[in-house]
Design a protein around this ligand. Structure first.
Ligand SMILES: [Zn+2]
Ligand SMILES: [Zn+2]
Length: 130
């Protein structure tokens, strides 16, 4: 499958139990099939090197690149906030696939961490400084 932004081939990687398509050679964007993002949107979900790399990718601002087409259905993808978070993702209303620019997965997971695991934040901070 080709990256909807760069049109280079994406690489399938295991983020724990879920396989995600990564635009490894170019923008580091991530493609989630329907119901895959929901399995990785909380800070404790998923594991492995590929996930860590994705979380360490530099945040890309997608404000200027305009609309992209779904790599599966070839129709326009829609921009909207993920859940009630301040992170704009691209979603295909046909197949339910979602494209996340580099760094967006981390933002989503950080938000969930804050909202729902507030008490654990301090622990996580200590962990990060290790
Ligand atoms: Zn790309
Ligand atoms: Zn689609």
């Amino acid at each position: 499958m080709k990256c909807p932004v760069c049109a280079v081939n994406m690489v399938t990687k295991k983020f724990g139990d879920v396989e995600i398509d990564v635009c490894e050679d170019s923008c580091k964007g991530l493609w989630f099939d329907a119901f895959e993002l929901i399995q990785l949107d909380e800070a404790h979900e998923g594991f492995g090197k590929a996930l860590e790399e994705a979380l360490n990718s530099e945040r890309v601002r997608n404000d200027e690149r305009g609309k992209i087409n779904c790599p599966k259905c070839s129709i326009n993808m829609q921009n909207h906030k993920y859940k009630s978070l301040d992170v704009i993702i691209d979603e295909c209303y046909s197949c339910g696939g979602k494209f996340l620019d580099a760094g967006e997965l981390k933002e989503i997971r950080d938000h969930f961490n804050k909202d729902r695991f507030g008490a654990m934040k301090k622990v996580k901070g200590m962990f990060a400084k290790r």
